[in-house]
Write a protein that binds this ligand. Structure first.
Ligand code: C5P
Length: 320
């Protein structure tokens, strides 16, 4: 594919985009397929925790990245690579290849989604980097193109581009927007150490192989869909489900205590987010979310505790 010349002449040389993290309201996981991936049925909700990526075009072909964190929001940056393994860098390189871009880019990533927390922070970096670079390089890329390139970078990247609420099938990357009304309020307990997604899936496989559990039922949960349409946090809380939760708990048993504290605060639902270890508690309103967050802090349940609401937007240019 080549860049649209008219769009290229509009090249802005600098653009900033942001993408939201997510929580899985449903994460049903089937037995591992021959490609090493697990078939999923997921209902994603984007939440108001953001990764912000600034793309500054360079004359040479280099792609660089610098990382910083929103104070008090993200975990340690030390474990995130800044070379070609970095998802924002991968996103820029994929766009460069696809459109034959000769220029490079300096990326600055401001992280507000917990790192390695099961909230798609890395995927949100990739989504925001795709949108920021496409804009800064003036590629005139369609959303469909960005979704396709995003899917090649990671299973959660297409949802981070799309945002709001969506049902994901396949690896979680075959998306259909889902209806949702109202605003849902969350508290999140973020651990200092992350869990690696492949390890959590591997523990899930072990649990199936040893007969401790069955593969998940791959059907969209009607109770979640109807609670979203009804804007009903009580019903949504009762219906939250995550087939990876037992695997995450067995890799990090202290999460049991984190779940207990939120339940004692009458959270409508408490769940490990995605592959964990972030624990998400659904609250009645913002005040209740703050009350759950305060209880977690008092109990020393997690070094970082944040509140947010959903649904939030997908990846959008905010400056440039
Ligand atoms: O696609 P992504 O890079 O986010 O996935 C990370 C890892 O998680 C994969 O390499 C795979 O081990 C596991 N995974 C899986 N099934 C999925 C999604 C991810 O087994 N549907």
């Amino acid at each position: 594919m080549t860049a649209d010349p008219a769009a290229l002449s509009r090249s802005l040389s600098r653009a900033r985009a942001r993408a939201s993290g997510k929580v899985n309201l449903q994460l049903s996981v089937g037995a591992k397929g021959l490609d090493g991936y697990h078939p999923l049925v997921s209902i994603f909700q984007a939440v108001t925790l953001y990764e912000t990526v600034t793309a500054q075009v360079r004359d040479d072909a280099a792609v660089t990245v610098a990382l910083s964190a929103v104070p008090g929001y993200a975990s340690d940056l030390a474990g995130i690579p800044t070379d070609e393994r970095n998802l924002a860098v991968k996103a820029a390189l994929a766009l460069k290849r696809e459109y034959g871009v000769s220029e490079g880019v300096d990326l600055s990533v401001l992280k507000g989604v917990p790192t390695a927390g099961g909230m798609a922070g890395g995927s949100a970096d990739a989504a925001a980097a795709l949108v920021a670079c496409a804009h800064a390089w003036g590629l005139g890329a369609s959303r469909d193109d960005l979704m396709r390139i995003g899917a090649s970078l990671g299973a959660d990247v297409p949802f981070c581009l799309l945002g709001h609420t969506a049902v994901g099938l396949g690896k979680g990357d075959q998306l259909s927007p889902a209806m949702s009304h109202g605003e849902f309020h969350w508290a999140f307990a973020v651990q200092a150490e992350g869990l690696a997604t492949p390890e959590v899936f591997a523990r899930f496989d072990e649990q199936i192989d040893s007969g401790d559990r069955l593969p998940g039922v791959l059907e969209v949960d009607a109770a979640i869909v109807s609670a979203l349409i009804a804007a009903d946090p009580v019903r949504l809380g009762a219906a939250l489900r995550n087939d990876l939760q037992d695997a995450a708990l067995s890799l990090m048993p202290k999460l049991h205590g984190v779940l207990d504290v939120a339940q004692q605060e009458d959270a409508f639902g408490v769940i490990v987010s995605g592959s964990g270890p972030t624990v998400a508690a659904l609250a009645a309103n913002k005040l209740h979310a703050n009350q759950i967050a305060a209880a977690w802090r008092t109990a020393g349940a997690a070094p970082v505790v944040v509140t947010a609401s959903g649904p939030a937007t997908g990846a959008v240019v905010i400056d440039g």
